[in-house]
Write a protein that binds this ligand. Structure first.
Ligand SMILES: [Fe+2]
Length: 334
């Protein structure tokens, strides 16, 4: 009996000393952080990596039998979707509520941002005077005919950008904007944010819409040609005027799954990701902006300048996601 009991206790303690993560992110920064967390707490981190849709599908299919304790993904649209589908549970953490600004977390505590990324304009420094750039809205003007590079509308980054315009200006203006930008495309949308910058450097188009950390990735790339691409582009933070709303930001975020078997470990893990130690890794290794309001961005990010952020509560971007997809289809931005 004694042996049996101690086996049960041993089993329970092994069970309790791990945390299972489903993640869409695939960055070196995260590998470093998983190891650091285990080193600090003794909690083993088990990771399942897949694309965002596969992860979501798997969580839904596994239901209460899922081994996942944590969902780590990018873009608030996906976090909102996960919450709406009942895949996450609310948690309370004094630390998280103190350091993560209210617009960067779910009101019920179902998800929290771990990093921020700005969706900015980048331009070819040879052909564009940054003084001529101003807002996202201006990209729909005729003067940009044949100049704009961006991903297809299947990019959740573009969906969230358009959702922010719907939230701020209404459907009609958002549709006019999407149609205007579409008629200014330098080419049919294709490839990733990095591909837009490669095209810029190759003389295709003049202005691209990209997330900031991809500029950092190109600058620090092992590829000589990508490094050269980064040298040919400038970063511009749009919508910075006094009466303007600021540059669109999005997040990487994390939540505890509804059926987490290691809830306490999962909360510890999220608190660790938002700690100054981990936030410094995110900003220096993956060139993202810290979500913790008390942590400064890396030197490289600081060199790009400070900027006013659109402070819209991010859950609204999830609310308008379906409408944004519809508008893209209506205007033929595929
Ligand atoms: Fe990305």
């Amino acid at each position: 009996m004694k042996i049996f009991l101690s086996m049960v206790i041993l089993f329970v303690s092994i069970e309790a000393n791990e945390v299972n993560i489903y993640t869409h992110r695939h960055y070196p920064s995260d590998e470093i952080l998983f190891k650091k967390f285990t080193g600090k707490t003794g909690i083993k981190v088990n990771v399942v990596q897949a694309n965002a849709d596969q992860i979501m599908k798997r969580l839904e299919e596994e239901g209460r039998y899922t081994p996942a304790d944590i969902l780590l993904t990018v873009d608030v649209g996906r976090l909102t979707y996960a919450k709406e589908r009942g895949l996450l549970q609310p948690i309370h953490s004094k630390f998280l509520e103190e350091v993560i600004p209210i617009n960067l977390r779910d009101r019920d505590g179902s998800w929290f941002a771990v990093t921020k990324r700005a969706r900015v304009l980048v331009y070819n420094i040879d052909s564009v005077d940054p003084k001529s750039l101003s807002t996202y809205e201006s990209l729909a003007n005729k003067e940009y005919k044949g100049s704009i590079l961006t991903q297809s509308s299947s990019s959740i980054y573009n969906q969230s950008l358009l959702a922010s315009i719907i939230a701020h200006s209404g459907r009609k203006e958002a549709k006019a904007w999407a149609g205007g930008v579409r008629s200014n495309f330098a080419r049919k949308p294709t490839g990733s944010d990095r591909d837009q910058m490669r095209a810029l450097a190759a003389g295709i188009g003049k202005v691209a819409i990209v997330n900031t950390y991809y500029v950092g990735q190109l600058l620090n790339s092992k590829s000589f040609s990508d490094k050269a691409v980064a040298q040919m582009i400038g970063i511009f933070f749009p919508n910075q005027g006094e009466n303007e709303r600021g540059t669109h930001i999005n997040i990487s975020g994390v939540g505890v799954t509804k059926y987490a078997k290691h809830r306490e470990n999962a909360i510890k893990f999220i608190e660790f990701l938002c700690s100054p130690e981990a936030q410094k890794v995110f900003t220096s290794v993956n060139y993202e902006y810290p979500a913790n309001k008390n942590v400064a961005p890396s030197k490289l990010l600081q060199s790009w300048g400070s900027f006013k952020e659109d402070s819209i509560e991010l859950y609204k971007l999830g609310q308008y996601n379906a409408e944004a997809v519809k508008i893209f289809n209506e205007v033929g931005w595929y």
